[in-house]
Design a protein around this ligand. Structure first.
Ligand code: 5GP
Ligand code: MG
Ligand code: MG
Length: 179
């Protein structure tokens, strides 16, 4: 049985605030924030606000199964537009699960000659191969973020056949408005 962890907007803000505090406490001065689309964009934007770092870019990473491959691997699917050469970069995603996405992101960004790359994720799964430099909380549950609630509800209702009432209990709120 899958364990779920619904996360509120408030918890997202608090998690990002804790990450920002830790970054400042370590004396790290971030020049550019790169959000990993799509889940990392909102935490990245909040960190831009809390750190007072207006320079932002985005990196889209999607999971694909290549020809002859059994496992899916992440691939960068949108080019980086922001300039990161000689800059201190903070890459932000919503969660590091397998850790493959952040590893691919670091690998990709390294080619643009940044001075230093730091990673941040709101959540960290204990089995992740990449441990973000900054994260708010560790969990082994499937996280339901405010920005992916509709797709989670759809999956649980349409694919797993759960009732809306059961799904409401999982998400911890009335989800009529997004069904
Ligand atoms: P990775 O496995 O590469 O660390 O994470 C890849 C992506 O899978 C994340 O950026 C995130 O979009 C998605 N993901 C992984 N675990 C979870 C989870 O518990 N909840 C949600 N909503 N997305 C997740
Ligand atoms: Mg993602
Ligand atoms: Mg996602």
């Amino acid at each position: 049985p899958v364990k779920f962890k619904p996360v509120t907007w408030r918890e997202v803000e608090e998690g990002c605030a804790r990450i920002a505090e830790e970054i400042s406490a370590k004396g790290v001065k971030v020049d550019v924030i790169v959000g990993v689309l799509r889940g990392g964009w909102i935490p990245a934007r909040l960190l831009s606000d809390y750190l007072g770092t207006p320079a932002m870019g985005a990196l889209e990473v999607k999971f694909y199964r290549g020809i002859g491959e059994t496992a899916e691997r992440p691939v960068v699917t949108q080019p980086l537009i922001v300039d990161i050469r000689d800059k201190v970069v903070l890459v932000v995603d919503d969660v590091a699960d397998t850790g493959k996405t952040l590893n691919i992101a670091i690998n990709f960004l390294t080619h643009y000659g940044p001075r230093k790359i730091f990673t941040a994720a709101l959540y960290l799964k204990p089995w992740s191969m990449h441990r973000p430099d900054f994260y708010a909380e560790e969990t082994d549950a499937w996280i339901i973020f405010p920005w992916d609630k509709a797709e989670t509800v759809e999956e649980l209702v349409k694919k797993k056949g759960l009732s809306l009432e059961t799904v409401s209990k999982i998400t911890g709120e009335d989800i009529e408005f997004i069904k």
